[in-house]
Design a protein around this ligand. Sequence first.
Ligand SMILES: Nc1ncnc2c1ncn2[C@@H]1O[C@H](COP(=O)(O)OP(=O)(O)OP(=O)(O)O)[C@@H](O)[C@H]1O
Ligand SMILES: [Mg+2]
Length: 361
Amino acid sequence: MNLTKNQVEKKVNQLCKDLGIIKIEELLAGGVVSDVYSAKLRINKEKDKNIVVKYTKEKIPSKNIFSTLDLKDSFSEIQKVHNLDINIQKCIEINTPKIIRHFADESITVMENFTDSGYKLLQTRILDEEISQDIGIQLGTILAKLRIELKEKGSEFNQIENSYNQFHERFLELKVLLYNSRMDIFNQIEEDFLNSETNFLVWTDGDQKNFAVDEKGEVMIFDLGRSIICDPDFMLANLFGHLGLFYIGGFLDDKFMITNGIKAYLETYRKENHSYIIDEPKFVNYFTASLLHRGMAMRWIDPRIASKVGEDSLKYACMHYGDVIFSKENRVSSIDKALDVLGEITKLAKNGKYKRPKLQK
Ligand SMILES: Nc1ncnc2c1ncn2[C@@H]1O[C@H](COP(=O)(O)OP(=O)(O)OP(=O)(O)O)[C@@H](O)[C@H]1O
Ligand SMILES: [Mg+2]
């Protein structure tokens, strides 16, 4: 049975008796997989400490299930996904929220509230237009460091989610519907994603909702449980593909942020692997597929993303971008060219060129 807010408060107080008294406040997010609450921790007569309590449910509501296959193979394991997240966070040296207590049997974690040290969700910073140009450098660097750490330590963890299901959740609809005349490309993406020779544990959920940034531009990552064995090259392209949508939406005005991010990633990663070169066609494929996936499935994004150009324009612009990049005659496989196309399409979106005409009654 899933616990209600009051039950989570009761449970966490039983579990943390030695720590102090926890008063749960508002639900920060979720209602899907996890309930994340802001809370106050009172230790004797000290000043209340801001904390966060993350509780992962036993059962996911059916309205939020993508497919029954998911339910069988992935979402029945969501509590294990939560525990994998915390185990990875504990084991890596990269900046993550400080964990105060974790209870694996109950899938409840008590953490420091990162807003207390000046961090804010990357998505919120972007939408509040508080992003400095060199954010790309920080993001690229942290993902390269994560890649190095997961390569070394990833085998210590058991994969929970099924890699095929994750691929299908993200890209199946693109392959069978939107781009069914370009099955070759999506088959290639699937092959690269699942069967690359260098596959190891990869954080596939690294989008703007799972990063936090402080006032100085310092970056933190969290929510690492949806990590699966797949192609490590996916991580960077996936994040920037998501950010590409914010770029079209008029919230990131510098495409060099992506170029700088890639450069910083390469610089950091080459300390581990001197001869590493980025596979540009593969990057463009992943980047485009991630952008399309998010553009067609905006349910999980803050609706403010559409406040400047409109949701219809965002969708059409994404499709136009995808059609150009995956064109049969003139397929784009260089990163610079793909970013140029994105820049051009963003200008069109800004000028209202993708607005859907009103139907005459
Ligand atoms: N340590 C923390 N400090 C402050 N806020 C946090 C912390 N951890 C999580 N949050 C907030 O709760 C939200 C959800 O957390 P998290 O990503 O871990 O859960 P989730 O179930 O994957 O949710 P979502 O599906 O929205 O990503 C975050 O976007 C953030 O706003
Ligand atoms: Mg999350």
